[in-house]
Write a protein that binds this ligand. Sequence first.
Ligand SMILES: Cc1cc2nc3c(=O)[nH]c(=O)nc-3n(C[C@H](O)[C@H](O)[C@H](O)COP(=O)(O)O)c2cc1C
Length: 208
Amino acid sequence: MSIIDALNWRYATKRMNGNVIPKEKLDRIFKAISLSPSSFGLQPYSVIVIDNKEVLEKIRPIANMQPQITEASVLLVFTAWDNLTEERIEAYIKRISTVRNVSEDSLKQIKTMLEMQLKNTAEQNFVWNAKQTYIALGIGLVAAAEENIDSTPMEGFNQEKLDEILNLKSKGLKSTVMLALGYRDAINDYLVNLKKVRRESDKLFVTY
Ligand SMILES: Cc1cc2nc3c(=O)[nH]c(=O)nc-3n(C[C@H](O)[C@H](O)[C@H](O)COP(=O)(O)O)c2cc1C
């Protein structure tokens, strides 16, 4: 499927049928998400993978009772670091050093640049981190479409309550956005045959 065909095929699925996504497909979607670009390559987030029905039943009421939460095969919760810390920067520098087999000393410049962000408030750093999660969300959406897997990006939930359910504070994380992955229930989903609505391209792309 070309990328345009995949993007036309996908839609924000409102009803799913509960079928389970084969592991190989899910692994490729996860791989695509892990290859998402991020500022400095830091990937200041974790993606929580939930297929436990009991947990999903707890999440649904704090997500406007959206059916996809429990009808999906798996729910991804994108969570951003609540702040940037020296330990998190150190861990990243060590990771580059190991993967590329270079000395930590040679990474001083990038480390200094990252450390400059420590002057920011926790909230400013969280906002920066949260933006990166949306890039990963976008890549995940496209990768799912490429695999003929339906998906719903979701911001319609109570962030504080979700963080409580998933005990995110203790992990230094805050939820930002979710991605339900599964298979469309074409009979019960009113959106399945509706045309996509997009702004006119001359309004979206403005020649300067
Ligand atoms: C960040 C974000 C949050 C969204 N939140 C929800 C949501 O909570 N529930 C839902 O059904 N759709 C949600 N959507 C889906 C949008 O309504 C949908 O992408 C948009 O109307 C365009 O339609 P399409 O994705 O079907 O092409 C969200 C989309 C994005 C990108």
